[in-house]
Design a protein. Structure first.
Length: 296
């Protein structure tokens, strides 16, 4: 029974992350800039995590780790959140979610260089699937009546790269800190780094609802549910289940915003998701700790 609760928690987290693109488009339609959405997502998300950590008395970190937390906040939060919002604006929620999942390519490369993990035939096959799927999305992304600008593709790929950095950060620090503690430190750094790029606008009820939804649903609750699921499941199980995120985002983008994708784009998205599943299901080396991957 405990296992099935874990499945539901991971599904809930992935579904909440899948809401990110479709909800963001409401804000973009109301005139909120991508950087402003990213700023408020990081700022209010940080507030929720700070309150959570303060309540559980786990805000304290070692002084030597603070510079790393701040650097990760800039790269893994400000650049990641900002590039993803820009990709949504230019490429649409569905394509952006698919491009986000090029992250496993970078994860495999980083693992080989930094952690000396073997690039097995299974991993190489998964990388081939992911690259092929990404190419299909980039060059056949949307219908003939809608162009897919290079800006959307580049920022979508950048979001996938910066998303992959969570793997390195999580592998290094989650063994010593609670997730809420890490986010309580990193999210404020990301918000501050975004601030110079933000142009603030007047806030209508719709804008406020979008901002609060991104911070509370897509950031705080999503990470909270995911971490709760990890307590009940193996990391590989959680990673496989979490790959429903781009599927949810694509479906909602089509249903809510009538985004039209070609058959090639759907096939490309399926290949990217298959690549993530293949990597997640590849057997770990014996006597090595299970690696936890943190999602967006």
């Amino acid at each position: 029974m405990d296992k099935y609760i874990g499945y539901l928690q991971i599904i809930a987290a992935a579904t909440l992350w899948g809401l990110l693109g479709p909800i963001s488009k409401y804000g973009l339609q109301e005139g909120v800039t991508p950087h402003e959405l990213a700023f408020w997502r990081a700022s209010l998300g940080a507030l929720f995590f700070i309150l959570h950590s303060a309540k559980h008395k786990n805000l304290t970190v070692q002084r030597k780790d603070i510079p790393v937390f701040l650097i990760f906040g800039v790269l893994g939060v400000s650049v990641f959140f900002g590039s993803y919002q820009i990709a949504i604006k230019h490429a649409g929620a569905a394509v952006s979610a698919i491009l986000l999942y090029t992250a496993p390519i970078w994860v495999a490369i980083f693992s080989r260089i930094l952690f000396k993990e073997e690039l097995t035939p299974v991993k190489l096959a998964a990388l081939g699937l992911a690259l092929t799927g990404t190419a299909l999305v980039c060059f056949n992304g949307q219908s003939d009546t809608v162009s897919l600008p290079l800006t959307g593709i580049l920022f979508g790929l950048l979001s996938g790269f910066t998303y992959s950095l969570h793997y390195i950060f999580g592998k290094t620090f989650l063994k010593n800190y609670q997730p809420a503690t890490l986010y309580a430190w990193c999210l404020p750094a990301g918000a501050i780094a975004l601030l110079p790029w933000v142009t603030f606008t007047a806030y209508s009820p719709i804008k406020l609802a979008v901002i609060i939804g991104l911070a509370f649903l897509c950031t705080y609750l999503a990470y909270y549910a995911y971490c709760a699921g990890l307590r009940r499941l193996e990391a590989t199980q959680a990673a496989i289940i979490a790959t429903i995120e781009p599927v949810v985002a694509a479906v909602l983008a089509v249903l809510w915003w009538n985004e039209q994708l070609t058959a090639a784009a759907y096939a490309g998205g399926a290949l990217v998701i298959c690549a993530v599943i293949v990597i997640a299901r590849s057997p770990a080396k014996p006597k090595k700790p299970v690696i936890t991957v943190i999602n967006n």
